[in-house]
Design a protein around this ligand. Structure first.
Ligand code: GLN
Length: 504
């Protein structure tokens, strides 16, 4: 029974709960047991809150018994990326500088999860301050890919995707600034959705780059993602960039999934050279499948996407250098007193703390951002990058005049080996070549598992992008593709992943 429970989708668990065939305590305990059995290997979690999760589960069961379920997902447990503030639970952002910080408040996303009755299993591992594509930049050691423990589970939200792929949680929250929900989904054979910018509140999300960050669902099915998206999404007066309009009907869209007459644009600039042969082959298969199902597929060109990575690595560090200035040894977490100075000044304490508290990648980006924003260079770097950003938005606008959705491979390669790209920042940055344009333009995107690469037997992802606020299209098209693909394999792709921890 417990093994069955961990392998079910959130929608199926919700149904069991609604029918009274399982309790939230049983479901939550089954996942806590799974975490205990496999997380020493996977290291998806930085912090597990067994007591808190079981307490929330008991309260959920009491609500059900009284006929007062707070939402369809009431009682279904979830894991939360450690970049979201959780009242009473550590929030480190994968950084030493926040070690020991326990927020006195909940992020809006977390508050909405609690209000909807989802027990929070714990906080998931991530690259420090969400900078990275592998979780290797976590100060607390990398997470591992359940498909092959020697490989990365993607990043920065590799912990969330690994937890879902390893059946440690049916649902997780990730955040995506340049691809950190979609790329981990692609390399772990799971679903990851980056909502429209402003569609999910950023209040309490520790900012990496405020104009790019967006929280969203990590799941094993499109329906689960839609259910979760409806819980966390929608207007929030606490976030000034939150869109003040109702979310489209996302769950409904997954049930309407059809490709007949859908105009699909293959982005010419997101494919070809630099993409692993097996990833390209699975992408071509997916496109063929869509054509067979009645989609009208055309190639579209987005000529400025080629400058996306360059613009992103000026805009992101610029915003990050400003956002991370608040970690000054006075307000949160770590405080390091410099050696050999009797009465150190605030500035000396700040320097010693930031020196010790931040890892190499964070320092690299702070330096880059400070430089890009410095007087004399501002126009040449930051200003220029902002112009590129506008051109990329225009590319999207003209592409969406021709087609309903755009598609590409999510990531150029399957999961690489731990250590393989750690010393080569540019190689690491290239993982997000296909996901970054969506963040720069604020449009929503999803990664759907679309098969295993022939050369290494590891999962690849299909990225689907839609116009801003048309998140329902991701679900309509994604669910149709998902059911075609699942039918072609006779079940979810994840069922092909090797067993972990000596058990199913
Ligand atoms: N890998 C990208 C980066 O390092 C994306 C990070 C993210 O989306 N948080 O910036």
């Amino acid at each position: 029974m417990a093994t069955d429970l961990i392998r079910m989708t959130a929608a199926d668990l919700a149904e069991l709960l609604a029918l009274g065939k399982a309790t939230s305590v049983e479901i939550t305990q089954a996942h806590l047991d799974r975490i205990a059995a496999v997380d020493d290997d996977v290291h998806a979690f930085l912090h597990v809150d067994a007591d808190g999760a079981l307490q929330a589960a008991r309260e959920s069961d009491a609500r059900r018994a009284a006929g007062e379920a707070a939402s369809a997902l009431d009682g279904v447990p979830i894991a939360v990326k450690d970049v979201l503030a959780t009242r009473g639970l550590p929030t480190t952002c994968g950084s030493r500088i926040l070690q020991g910080w326990v927020p006195p408040y909940d992020a809006t996303v977390v508050a909405r999860l609690r209000a909807a009755g989802l027990p929070i299993l714990g906080k998931t591992n991530m690259d420090e301050f969400a900078m990275g594509s592998s979780t290797e930049h976590s100060a607390f050691g990398p997470s591992r890919n359940p498909w092959d423990l020697e490989r990365i589970p993607g990043g920065s939200g590799g912990g969330s995707s690994a937890a879902v792929a390893a059946y440690e949680a049916p649902l997780a929250i990730g955040t995506d600034t340049g691809g950190s929900i979609r790329q981990p989904a692609a390399v772990t054979g799971t679903i990851g959705v980056k909502p429209t910018y402003g569609g999910v509140s950023r209040y309490g999300l520790v900012a990496l780059a405020s104009s790019l960050d967006q929280a969203g669902p990590c799941t094993r099915s499109l329906l689960d993602a839609a259910m979760l998206h409806e819980v966390i999404g929608g207007h929030d007066p606490l976030d000034s960039t939150s869109i003040d309009q109702a979310l489209p009907a996302l769950v409904e869209a997954t049930h309407e999934g059809s490709l007949r007459g859908v105009r699909v644009g293959v982005v010419r600039e997101l494919g070809g050279e630099g993409y692993q042969a097996g990833v390209r082959a699975r992408f071509d298969d997916s496109v063929a499948l869509m054509v067979e199902a009645g989609a009208e597929v055309v190639e579209v060109s987005c000529p400025h996407f080629e400058y996306g990575l360059g613009a992103y690595y000026l805009i992101l560090p610029s915003e990050a250098s400003s956002n991370l200035a608040k970690f000054d040894a006075m307000r949160y977490g770590l405080r390091v007193l410099p050696d050999g100075i009797e009465a150190p000044s605030a500035e000396q304490v700040m320097t010693a703390t930031r020196e010790m508290g931040f890892g190499a990648e964070v320092k690299r980006r702070i330096i880059l951002g400070t430089y890009a924003l410095s007087s004399g260079y501002y126009d040449a770097y930051y200003g220029q990058a902002q112009k590129v950003r506008t051109l990329i938005s225009r590319d999207f606008a003209s592409a969406f005049e021709q087609v309903d959705v755009l598609v590409s491979p999510t990531a150029p390669t399957t999961a690489f080996k731990i250590g393989e790209k750690l010393d080569d920042p540019i190689a690491m940055y290239l993982n997000d070549i296909a996901t970054i344009p969506a963040n720069l333009a604020g449009v929503p995107g999803v990664s759907v598992p679309n098969g295993l690469a022939d050369e290494d037997g590891l999962p690849s992802g299909l990225q689907i992008l839609a116009p801003a606020t048309a998140d329902d299209r991701l679900y309509r098209v994604g669910a149709a593709v998902e059911s075609l693909l699942d039918a072609s394999w006779g079940g979810p792709l994840l069922a092909k992943a090797p067993a972990l921890g000596g058990q199913a």
